[in-house]
Design a protein around this ligand. Structure first.
Ligand code: NAD
Length: 422
């Protein structure tokens, strides 16, 4: 199997998150103390925990759960299993969750969790042991009223089921609302698995209207073919666009005439990668980002679009399915070149929005049908896109700063209304 080092230069996501915050906060009249509070995380838990491996040995793993802010409500944010997880990455992702929830108006704060592990090197039993032990360790912070995790990179509905079961075993009764992104059978929501990709699709179609790009035949390139990238790709294809490039961690494929994304999905499920798909040229992840297209959807990991490659990006719209794929320097270059960026905290907020629907349904023990979920999601995503666009026009800033201004303003106002305790 071909493997390539995809991220040659790692940027510190926490530096980026704070710089994005500073840029937007400069437009707002926030008390210095409140501004400083919002630049910090609220609490950070590091856990080093043992896992019994199949060969009888015990390995120690390190994980984190970080709450950035809980002023608007319980904190919400996914759990990532990845060998490159760092505390700074989790901090940044937690802060982005605060702004994301505020951008789309959810009654949540921001959190994130991660374990330093490559889950592909674990057996299913080892993965379950690791998940259950990590869930127990972070249950100091996790609860339906306080902090509600969800899936992120390399975690899925099955892992959420183990977390929900572990928490419920400790409580002595079933507690579905402690985690979202669960299987339907145990209190998951219809529409959750493709919600992030669906939100990417809604916001991309809105951006195409602004940029006057017809959907029919518009060329789409997607980096990452996981939960977000695959759903964004087939939903944009179903809307009339043509997906010409797709990648995963092993590399990418390109066909200027387009793929059938549904067939590619079946192929990748069977082989474990998009590589080798018939009728396509192989490209590296770096080359993929620079392919000719109307819309580029980074949907893998952060730090992919930098000052180095931004001048060569050909897309007219960048729809940030991933969290933090673009550095602030790249933002400036792309803005000057007239590229329309739908920022992550808006573009990929469909996932947390349907997670919110799932949590509400679990708490009420009353479930909605898929039509209702998708309609409510469409309303929230389209309204939020238009609200951000109007801030952007009013303040003469780019979409990212516009989204941040809206989000920070909400959290800062709520903080000032509540007051600083004691
Ligand atoms: P996933 O694990 O389902 O898929 C990730 C995809 O990216 C896979 O195809 C993987 O092969 C590829 N990938 C991994 N490392 C890569 C690398 N170094 N270079 C290129 N490709 C790489 O993850 P996901 O849930 O689809 O999440 C993708 C991104 O979207 C992340 O930034 C995540 O934080 C963000 N996000 C996810 C959700 C959600 O609901 N799952 C919601 C909002 C944002």
């Amino acid at each position: 199997m071909l493997r390539e080092p995809v991220v040659e230069q790692r940027v510190n996501p926490w530096d980026i998150a704070r710089e994005q915050f500073d840029r937007a906060a400069a437009y707002l009249d926030i008390k210095a103390g409140v501004r400083e509070m919002l630049r910090h995380t609220k609490r950070e838990l590091t856990v080093n925990f043992p896992v019994k491996m199949d060969d009888g040995s015990v390995r120690i793993f390190t994980g984190y759960r970080v709450h950035h802010n809980t002023v608007l409500g319980p904190s919400k944010g996914g759990i990532r299993f990845h060998p490159d997880v760092t505390l700074d990455e989790v901090r940044a992702l937690a802060m982005w969750m605060t702004w994301k929830c505020a951008t789309v108006g959810l009654p949540y704060g921001g959190a994130k969790g991660g374990v330093i592990v490559d889950p592909k090197t674990l057996s299913r039993t080892e993965l379950e042991h690791l998940t259950r032990r990590y869930a127990t360790e972070i249950s100091l912070l996790m609860s339906p009223e306080g902090d509600i995790p969800a899936p992120d990179v390399n975690t899925n509905a099955e892992i959420m089921a183990w977390i929900m079961d572990t928490y419920s075993m400790h409580r002595g009764y079933t507690t579905p609302a402690v985690v979202t992104g669960k299987p339907l059978e145990i209190g998951g929501s219809v529409g959750r698995s493709e919600a992030t990709g669906r939100g990417v699709m809604f916001t991309t179609l809105e951006a195409m209207k602004v940029e006057e790009i017809p959907v029919e035949g518009a060329r789409i390139v997607v980096q990452g073919f996981g939960n977000v990238g695959s759903a964004a790709a087939y939903l944009l294809q179903d809307a009339g666009a043509t997906v010409v490039g797709i990648s995963d961690v092993f590399g990418g494929i390109y066909n200027p005439h387009g793929f059938d994304v549904h067939a590619l999905l079946a192929y990748a499920k069977k082989t474990g990668t998009v590589l080798g798909y018939p009728g396509a040229d192989q490209v590296s992840n770096r080359e993929l980002l620079e392919l000719p297209c109307e819309v580029l959807v980074p949907a893998a990991i952060e730090g992919q679009i930098t000052a180095e490659n931004a001048p060569r990006i050909q897309a007219r719209i960048i729809a940030e399915g991933a969290n933090g794929p673009t550095t602030p320097e790249a933002d400036d270059i792309l803005h000057d070149r007239g590229v329309f960026i739908i920022p992550d905290i808006l573009c990929n907020a469909g996932g947390v929005t349907v997670s919110y629907f799932e949590w509400v349904q679990d708490l009420q023990q009353f479930f909605w049908d898929e039509g209702e979920i998708n309609n409510r999601l469409a309303q929230i995503m389209i309204r939020s896109f238009r609200d951000v666009l109007s801030v952007t026009r009013e303040k003469k800033v780019n979409m990212r700063t516009g989204a941040y201004i809206r989000a920070i303003d909400r959290v800062a106002k709520a903080t000032m209304i509540r007051g600083i305790y004691p």
